[in-house]
Design a protein around this ligand. Structure first.
Ligand code: PYR
Length: 362
């Protein structure tokens, strides 16, 4: 199969969907791999390394002629004209937040494989390392924007002897949340986690029992109460394949401390905070509303591309190999996990969560 590795045009996106090592695996399996010029540069992989691995360096137009397109993020509007019938597009596509892209995919008849929805034994294995990066970065970003010169409250999150530490409130108790909590605990913050699932609450309570962490049931009352205590508020709510609800209402944001910081990790799926109308980007990542700094960048791991590319390439290679060697239909028949990532099939939306989120035919 002809595979195209695209240099992702999303602002601040320096990751790439394939390392030279993965190109070698796919070439040895009988594929032709077209690598967009300098696609790996942002992640520290040179054209020469891809050539040595058996790839061909081409321009963007040529890379997009491939049957299997490997991206990092959803196609941008500037890329829609490349779509062709029967093409397979792979990436962290977050289509529930990208209706225009889905409509174009339906019109042209492409297939979309959304890596973030791939579930292996109930675990979103490909999303997991990216959530970990976003979760860890969220605490660092919180600290950065809390500084006075960045418009923040002017507090040092870990505190110092005799002066109390800051409070990090985390909405949701999944993988991103756990990574944020680990970071916040590691630097000595007071952490509050709001989670809906009872057995998960118990797990988190056990995990953090020796630390300054409160794990509480996530409901409106607790959210209203605890958001007021937050120096940094991190939203990690995820409903696979779907838009999450706007749980954080404007009046809750208004009740927050002036100069506190919101990091909405959930913004890639549409966001959970009423005061965030649209995503920001790495070049202009924050805005202030009601005195609260909002960070809403949807591709947070794009800022640490070396780490993130190595992790995502480790996750996607077995799927890309299967699709390219067996063909899409056979690969889907033999692997339920791959099916969980299928959002659009030859122009038809096949994910109910996606169809419901953006109101298209299922
Ligand atoms: C990202 O890493 O940007 C995803 O969308 C998962």
């Amino acid at each position: 199969m002809k595979i195209g590795v695209i240099k992702d045009p999303k602002q601040g996106e320096a990751r790439v969907g394939m390392t030279p090592e993965n190109v070698k695996i796919l070439v040895e399996a009988g594929n032709e791999v077209l690598v967009d010029d300098n696609a790996g540069a942002g992640s520290g992989f040179t054209n020469e390394q891809y050539i040595e691995a058996g790839g061909k360096i081409v321009d963007t137009d040529t890379a997009w002629t491939a049957e299997l397109i490997v991206k990092v993020k959803e196609p941008m509007e500037s890329e829609y004209h490349y779509f062709k019938k029967g093409q397979i597009i792979w990436g962290f596509l977050h289509l529930a937040a990208n209706k225009a892209c889905v409509e174009k995919m339906m019109e042209v008849g492409v297939t979309a494989l959304s890596g973030e929805n791939i579930s292996i034994n109930g675990v979103l294995e490909l999303l997991k390392p990216m959530s970990a990066i976003a979760g860890r970065r969220a605490v660092n970003l919180g600290q950065y924007y809390l500084e006075k010169q960045h418009g923040g409250e002017g507090i040092l999150l870990p505190g110092i002897d005799g002066v109390e530490a800051g409070t990090v409130v985390i909405l949701g108790g999944g993988n991103a949340a756990e990574n944020s909590a680990d970071m916040a605990v590691g630097i000595g913050c007071h952490v509050i986690i709001l989670e809906v699932n009872e057995s998960r609450i118990k797990q988190l309570q056990e995990r953090y029992k020796d630390h300054n962490v409160d794990v509480l049931v996530s409901n409106t009352e607790n959210l209203e109460e605890k958001i007021k205590e937050a120096d940094v508020f991190i939203s990690t709510v995820l409903i696979p394949g779907a838009k999450p609800p706007k749980l954080v209402k404007e009046y809750m944001v208004e009740s927050m401390k002036p100069g506190s910081v919101i990091v909405d990790i959930a913004i890639d799926q549409g966001g959970t905070v009423e005061t965030i109308d649209k995503p920001t980007n790495h070049a202009d990542p924050v805005f202030t509303k009601h005195g609260v700094i909002h960070y809403a960048v949807p591709n947070m791991p794009g800022a640490t591309p070396r780490t993130a590319t190595i992790a995502l390439a480790k996750g996607n290679i077995s799927f890309l190999k299967d699709v390219s060697v067996k063909g899409l239909e056979a690969a889907l028949k033999s692997d339920e996990s791959l099916v969980s990532g299928l959002s659009v099939y030859n122009g038809k939306v096949v994910s109910k969560a996606l169809a419901d989120s953006i109101d298209v035919t299922y």
